[in-house]
Design a protein around this ligand. Structure first.
Ligand code: F3S
Length: 64
């Protein structure tokens, strides 16, 4: 299954939770908001990427 993560910058409040849960996929951008890698998520990281999605306080993350 090919999965990609997207961060909606209009919703992200820069809490950095996603980057601490799954730093392989999420990082903080220069604007202080999170950004996801462009590439498809490696299968080994899908679970933690989804955990980040569920943990984001503003539901800014979509993993699908
Ligand atoms: Fe932003 Fe949510 Fe991550 S608020 S920094 S996308 S956990």
């Amino acid at each position: 299954i090919l999965m990609k993560a997207v961060v909606d910058k209009d919703s992200c409040i820069g809490c950095e939770l996603c980057t601490s849960i799954c730093p392989e996929v999420f990082s903080m951008d220069d604007d202080g908001l999170a950004v996801a890698i462009e590439e498809e998520i490696d299968e080994s990281l899908v679970e933690s990427a989804k955990e980040a999605e569920e943990s984001c306080p503003t539901e800014a993350i979509t993993v699908e």
